[in-house]
Design a protein around this ligand. Structure first.
Ligand code: 5RP
Length: 219
């Protein structure tokens, strides 16, 4: 199975974890786009849907769904999103698509976060994927210097502006053996909006599509 087929398969599986009439949170990325396609095919209807990025909101609208402002939403029952890396404790790295801040907000609002990935995203320790950090533009250099002090090698994702009007630093070579500690440490740097470690807002359930076509469930 190629990677796109694995994404479609795990996205379709996620439909089994939601039901009509709930308040649904939808993340972003290519796996989530497969989920939105599966959602549209299913014809399921929801009380409210909140989206974690402008691109997902556009895809949901194109599929015929009304997307609510998060401030107008009831608490989210289930949040479905992908990830760039998943560790054995269901801590994640997210933000490959630069949507980490809104994704973390929607995850924080959700009673249940179901992460959908293919097997290539499963890692013993987070950190091979460079950690995205969203920064206020005027703080980019300062934050980069602070990240170097933490042992990282930050690289500016030039040309990318987040949905919130900010910039992204991708930080290589960080030691992320204690995700919750590093998540907080980086968030404490002035000028950081948030970083892509999801330890506080880790997944409740991870669905992983395997190379043999089966779905593994980690709960
Ligand atoms: C976007 C994200 C995505 O969930 C992550 O990048 C995974 O994307 P994909 O499903 O395309 O591999 O965090 O900010």
């Amino acid at each position: 199975m190629n990677q796109q087929a694995l994404k479609q398969q795990v996205a379709a599986k996620a439909l089994e974890y939601i039901e009509e009439g709930i308040v649904l949170g939808v993340g972003s990325g290519s796996t989530v786009l497969c989920f939105i396609e599966a959602l549209a095919r299913s014809g399921m209807q929801f009380k409210q849907i909140a989206a974690a990025s402008e691109s997902s909101a556009a895809a949901l609208k194109a599929a015929g769904y009304y997307v609510s402002d998060l401030n107008a939403c009831d608490p989210i029952d289930v949040y479905i999103d992908g990830a760039d890396e998943v560790d054995p404790n269901k801590c994640l790295i997210k933000g490959g698509g630069a949507a980490l801040t809104r994704e973390k907000i929607v995850a924080a609002c959700a009673k249940q976060f179901i992460c959908i990935v293919d097997v290539s995203k499963m890692v013993p320790v987070l950190g091979k994927f460079p950690l995205p950090v969203e920064v206020i533009p005027m703080a980019r250099s300062y934050v980069a210097r602070e990240l170097v002090k933490l042992g990282g090698e930050p690289r500016w994702r030039e040309g990318v502006v987040t949905d919130n009007g900010n910039w992204i630093l991708d930080v290589h070579y960080l030691d992320i053996r204690e995700p919750a500690v590093l998540e907080q440490k980086i968030n404490n740097i002035a000028g950081v909006v948030t970083n892509g470690i999801f330890a506080k807002e880790k997944a409740h359930i991870v669905l992983t599509s395997q190379a043999d076509g089966k779905i593994a469930v980690f709960d």
